[in-house]
Design a protein around this ligand. Structure first.
Ligand SMILES: [Fe+2]
Length: 133
């Protein structure tokens, strides 16, 4: 599995700001991949993990604010998914920091699914609602 490429047809939620956020999250995942392929050390990996989790947190909050502003009826479910995704990410990072796990192709497969399953199912659901107002 190589770098993951953005594809508007598959991943766009048709809201420019959130597409940009999602692309940036993908960019961090690809950075991790590059760092692994280049055999970078733990310090480099840890920095990218911090950027990935900080930015993901920022992005989830931006989506949640928009949903609250527009009284999106699926807000509570969506927020629950974000909370779960953050927990999974933090668990992965902790495992890595504690040496319980190495960054591997499995890590990327997981992160790819982690990000895109959410975008393609839950995020795409908000598009008609958040765009119409
Ligand atoms: Fe979301």
């Amino acid at each position: 599995m190589g770098l993951i490429e953005w594809d508007d047809a598959l991943y766009s939620v048709e809201i420019k700001e959130f597409d940009e956020h999602h692309k940036k999250i993908l960019h961090f995942i690809n950075d991790l991949h590059k760092a692994m392929m280049e055999g970078r050390g733990k310090d480099v990996m840890s920095d990218i993990f911090v950027e990935l989790s900080d930015y993901t947190h920022y992005h989830f909050q931006a989506e949640e604010r928009e949903m609250l502003d527009k009284n999106y009826p699926e807000y509570a479910n969506h927020k629950q998914q974000h909370d779960m995704l953050m927990r999974q990410l933090i668990e992965l990072i902790n495992d890595y920091d504690n040496g319980r796990k190495e960054v591997s192709i499995e890590t990327f497969r997981f992160l790819k699914e982690w990000l895109f399953n959410h975008i393609q199912v839950a995020d795409k659901e908000y598009t008609p609602f958040l765009r119409k107002q």
